[in-house]
Design a protein around this ligand. Structure first.
Ligand SMILES: Cc1cc2nc3c(=O)[nH]c(=O)nc-3n(C[C@H](O)[C@H](O)[C@H](O)COP(=O)(O)O)c2cc1C
Length: 168
């Protein structure tokens, strides 16, 4: 059976809360939580499927814990592995960089041969530009706890249903 990890920073407030909703929707026994601040190459060798949390920080950039790991990530061969990326962002506060980190991280993964699943519709969001958008869709799940928290539960539920099909 394929093994799935969810990698997020255990020290965040909002991303952690959303990660826990994703874990609950998957069922705790089906998914292994891994702290993004303690990842290493071996973690990427141990699992087949990955759900990665990439909140956007610093006006369109990855948070530090991912940024520091990028050089190691870029050296990996991720062929045969599947990845789904979710990320928190703020479409009113940062409309020109909404959820950019989703697009940045998934681009790096694809360059290493990994397959990105879990694309979602960008309908219902208002922003000017986003690196998460590709061919009119988001390449992962965009969550906005600042402006659309009441939509989060449904967005997570629908995404996990999609991942249950696409991560097989
Ligand atoms: C300094 C700062 C910069 C931010 N830059 C962006 C950004 O460029 N794009 C975006 O969509 N959200 C941006 N945000 C919003 C965060 O992504 C949002 O608050 C998110 O919930 C943070 O999640 P976390 O606390 O779990 O890391 C920024 C927030 C802060 C405080």
């Amino acid at each position: 059976m394929s093994k799935t990890a969810i990698i997020y920073s255990f020290h965040t407030q909002k991303s952690k809360k959303v990660a826990e909703k994703i874990i609950d929707a998957f069922g705790k026994k089906n998914i292994e939580p891994v702290n993004a601040e303690e990842i290493n190459k071996e973690v990427f060798e141990q699992f087949d499927n990955f759900i990665l949390s990439a909140p956007t920080w610093f006006d369109g950039e990855l948070p530090n814990y991912w940024d520091e790991f990028v050089p190691e990530l870029e050296d990996m061969d991720l062929k045969k592995k599947k990845f789904a990326v979710f990320g928190l962002g703020d479409q009113k506060g940062y409309p020109e960089n909404f959820c950019d980190a989703i697009g940045i991280l998934s681009g790096i993964i694809e360059d290493c041969g990994g397959k990105i699943v879990g694309h979602t519709s960008n309908e219902g969001y208002t922003y000017e530009s986003s690196q998460a958008e590709k061919e009119g869709k988001f390449v992962g799940l965009a969550i906005d706890q600042e402006n659309q928290a009441r939509l989060t539960n449904d967005r997570v539920k629908n995404w996990v249903e999609l991942l249950n099909k696409e991560l097989k």
